[in-house]
Design a protein around this ligand. Structure first.
Ligand code: COA
Length: 258
């Protein structure tokens, strides 16, 4: 399927969704919201895809929701927009495969929220993050404050959302929002290498890791540990366990199920 606001490419087991409104710093328009959702359905439906990268064309990852459209909103349509984005990001988070946000340039507002809904964020050295919605007169509403508070703590989430200040990749890493920072010139290559390495791992084991961490974060320790035992048991329904263990004993790389 082709899209107006996204570039969707598949390279072996790795798919890349690139936000494509570079002249507007990839600001999220209503059309982009719809197409993003359709593209996620396409990813979920293609069993050959084992890892997804999100990137942006031009000099931004995403500079936020398209501000132009806020003038047309009334309270009801504002709530609808909030819920539409939240549902979309839950769909993103719920994919069974790893999703890496590859952030170069600006990840602001909704762009930060997209990145936070991915499994982890890799950032280029000059990436700039921020939740500047406060300067427009409203709060971030696509799950950003919730995910920020869970990742960096309530106090920092409030400081970032109340001031709306921009922060760089190193600070984002220090706050625990970004997993790794790479130099600008090797950034995409590093992201693709990581995708290739992830794609070689077992599908069920990767999904299990995602589930125990995402679901476990919302429950008490005992329930989370019980969940780990169940997903661990589930892994033994796949031939991948025998292959992984045998490969280790035979001192070779495992060849997990396609
Ligand atoms: N919505 C709509 N358009 C946006 C946008 C957004 N969130 N962010 C950038 N753009 C547009 C600009 O209006 C401009 O369009 P134009 O050339 O037709 O005027 C184009 O993208 C380039 O942006 P510009 O502001 O000229 O680039 P800059 O390098 O001077 O500044 C930013 C970059 C990111 C600091 C600035 O664009 C900005 O503050 N954007 C809004 C960030 C924001 O508040 N996001 C939260 C939205 S809820």
């Amino acid at each position: 399927m082709s899209y107006n606001t996204l570039i969707f490419t598949i390279d072996g087991p790795a798919a890349t969704l690139s936000f494509n409104r570079p002249e507007k710093l990839n600001a999220v328009s209503p059309e982009m919201l719809t197409e993003f959702s359709q593209a996620l359905d396409e990813v979920r439906g293609n069993k050959a895809i084992r890892v997804l990268l999100l990137t942006g064309q031009g000099r931004a990852f995403i500079a936020g929701a398209d501000i132009k459209h806020f003038l047309d909103l009334d309270p009801l349509s504002a709530r609808q927009l909030a819920v539409q984005g939240q549902d979309l990001f839950s769909k993103l988070e719920g994919l069974p495969i790893p999703v890496i946000a590859c952030v170069h340039g600006f990840a602001l507002g909704g762009g930060l929220e997209v990145a936070l809904a991915c499994d982890f964020i890799y950032a280029a050295e000059k990436a700039k993050f921020g939740a500047p919605e406060i300067n427009l007169g409203f709060n971030p509403c696509w799950g950003g404050p919730q995910r920020l508070a869970r990742l960096a703590g309530k106090s920092l989430a409030k400081e970032l959302c109340l001031t709306g200040r921009f922060f760089d990749a190193e600070e984002a890493k220090a706050l625990g929002l970004v997993a790794r920072v790479f130099p600008e010139d090797t950034f995409l290559e590093e992201c693709r290498n990581a995708a290739r390495d992830l794609a070689a791992k077992g599908r069920l084991a990767m999904e299990s890791v995602k589930r125990v961490i995402d679901w476990g974060a919302d429950v008490d320790l005992k329930t989370g540990c019980a969940l780990e035992a169940e997903t661990f048991a589930l892994c033994f329904t796949s031939p991948d366990v025998k292959e992984g263990v045998t490969a280790f004993l035979e001192k070779r790389k495992p060849r997990f199920q396609p």
